[in-house]
Design a protein around this ligand. Structure first.
Ligand SMILES: *[C@@H]1O[C@H](CO)[C@@H](O)[C@H](O)[C@H]1NC(C)=O
Ligand SMILES: *[C@@H]1O[C@H](CO)[C@@H](O)[C@H](O)[C@H]1NC(C)=O
Ligand SMILES: *[C@@H]1O[C@H](CO)[C@@H](O)[C@H](O)[C@H]1NC(C)=O
Ligand SMILES: *[C@@H]1O[C@H](CO)[C@@H](O)[C@H](O)[C@H]1NC(C)=O
Length: 462
């Protein structure tokens, strides 16, 4: 290409993408999905759909949810604020009845105001309705969750209906909430522990035309390090793999739909999950197995990053800033509970786009990247326990690069555990919260910061 043409071409791309006039977003969320895929080194569980997406994505190896529970995690995905800031401390459904604050400005609300068509198909599990409105909505609120969350043919049909409504000059945001590979033994034991028989074509199970079930024997599966190797666990995992396969084929269907509607090359695609797998130390636990998430970010603007792996710390609260960045939208200026709302996550686009080296990101800069940075010299406007203050009172030390990672999450001891000499992990320091506290200097040595990673299981606001 001649230089001038090239400049024009690049400028056009910038118009199209940087200034967010044409790009779309597809978010795919697995329900209790984990690392059972070749992408994360599990060579038994077959996931051709995810593998295909991974070949078009940057693959994050250190992604974490803000909380290991369904509705709170999904509220953080859709609001960019962790559960203790958006108000959704627990499950949304029935008797649990948790909701986000009514003044919250969620992602679908912001996008709707900006004229972007929003759609959700499958599991929603957040509320209230007025806080999380979608233009097109087919979820467990309209249909049985097993149908709309596990019947990938039905999900494909609904997603296709949404995409057909998008006018040529419109942008869209489509959120697909798979209910797979969630357990279903307590609600629908007739379909098996993981609903692995639902729609498999056997008598009484119904049929899901687009699903070709893959079966595994308990002998061949991989037992995760945090699960006891027992025959029962093995047969559970074999069933889980079959159900993962249904989600995986659903992922492929959605990508094929994008292609069919001409949007494979102008759509940002994110795949992740809400919390860990439903096994010991997984879902609802603050161990790594409960908090770690698979995370794929596929940008048509980042072909040089496709298939690459990143060790960058990523949080599900990064999704909102990433999506806003993609559309070129600002986060609104408003208050919640009398405080100006600020996103603590950051856009991941620089990591996924061509002009940014994955290598260079593993630097000191990444320490600034995540979590809440609080200047404790200033008086905090929330109560902080004396124990924390004692720890923070000590002299700051330089943090060796990379040493602060979430290794702390694997520790179970109450009290304080030291990792190196800079990071401390505290449990129950603030009621039932879990803190990882790291002191470090800025790269220039001009400023000392305290980095606090906080995970809440309870309701202490911070
Ligand atoms: C998978 O294995 C490769 C090669 O051994 C390694 O580089 C990578 O870190 C592993 N990934 C995970 C998520 O364990
Ligand atoms: C799945 O959805 C398709 C399309 O609506 C339908 O034909 C099929 O019967 C459904 N299968 C089950 C198991 O509900
Ligand atoms: C921290 O807060 C103190 C007191 O308000 C202020 O003097 C100091 O500059 C702040 N430090 C940083 C790094 O922002
Ligand atoms: C930051 O901490 C270092 C010790 O690690 C100290 O020498 C330096 O004076 C501190 N800088 C500021 C601005 O407080």
């Amino acid at each position: 290409m001649r230089p001038l043409l090239f400049v024009v071409f690049i400028s056009l791309l910038m118009c199209v993408f940087t200034h967010g006039k044409k790009g779309n977003v597809l978010v795919l969320i697995g329900d209790d999905a984990g690392f059972e895929t070749a992408i994360y080194n599990n060579s038994v569980c077959q996931t051709p759909g995810l593998n295909y997406l991974a070949r078009r994505s940057i693959i994050f190896e250190n992604a974490f949810t803000s909380v290991s529970s369904c509705s709170p995690s999904r509220s953080a995905i859709l609001s960019g604020l962790p559960q203790h800031q958006n108000g959704m401390y627990g499950l949304h459904n029935t008797v649990h009845h948790f909701n986000s604050f009514t003044e919250l400005k969620s992602l679908p609300l912001i996008l709707q105001k900006a004229g972007i068509k929003t759609g959700i198909v499958g599991k929603k599990h957040v509320g209230p309705e007025a806080v999380y409105p979608f233009d097109f909505e087919v979820t467990e609120e309209q249909m049985a969750i097993n149908k709309i969350g596990r019947n990938i043919t039905l999900m494909k049909d609904k997603a296709s209906e949404f995409l057909s409504q998008i006018r040529h000059d419109q942008q869209f945001f489509l959120y697909i909430g798979f209910h797979d590979p969630h357990r279903c033994g307590s609600t629908n034991p007739e379909y098996g522990q993981f609903c692995e028989k639902f729609g498999n074509g056997e008598p009484g199970m119904g049929i899901i035309p687009d699903w070709k079930p893959v079966h595994y024997s308990p002998e061949e599966i991989v037992v995760p390090y945090h699960v006891q190797d027992t025959p029962k666990a093995r047969s559970d995992i074999a069933a889980q793999y079959t159900t993962i396969g249904r989600m995986d084929q659903g992922v492929k269907l959605m990508l094929q739909l994008l292609e069919k509607h001409g949007h494979l090359d102008d759509t940002l695609v994110i795949f992740t999950s809400d919390n860990g797998i439903p096994f010991p130390s997984g879902r609802t636990n603050l161990y790594s197995a409960g908090m770690s998430e698979p995370f794929l970010l596929s940008s048509p603007m980042g072909k040089s990053k496709w298939g690459q792996r990143s060790k960058e710390l990523v949080s599900l609260v990064d999704i909102v800033p990433t999506v806003l960045d993609w559309y070129g939208l600002e986060y609104p200026d408003y208050e919640l509970q009398g405080h100006k709302v600020q996103l603590t996550g950051q856009t991941l686009l620089p990591l996924a786009h061509d002009d940014y080296s994955v290598e260079s990101s593993s630097s000191q800069a990444s320490l600034f990247y995540k979590s809440i940075i609080i200047n404790l010299t200033a008086q905090p406007d929330y109560p902080i326990s004396q124990k924390v203050q004692r720890v923070l009172g000590g002299p700051p030390k330089m943090l060796p690069i990379g040493s602060h990672r979430h290794c702390s999450l694997m520790d179970d001891t109450a009290e304080v555990s030291k990792f190196g000499y800079e990071t401390v992990l505290m449990r129950n320091a603030l009621s039932d919260q879990f803190l990882s506290i790291t002191k470090f200097n800025s790269a220039s040595g001009q400023k000392n910061y305290t980095l606090i990673t906080m995970m809440t299981m309870g309701s202490s606001p911070l």
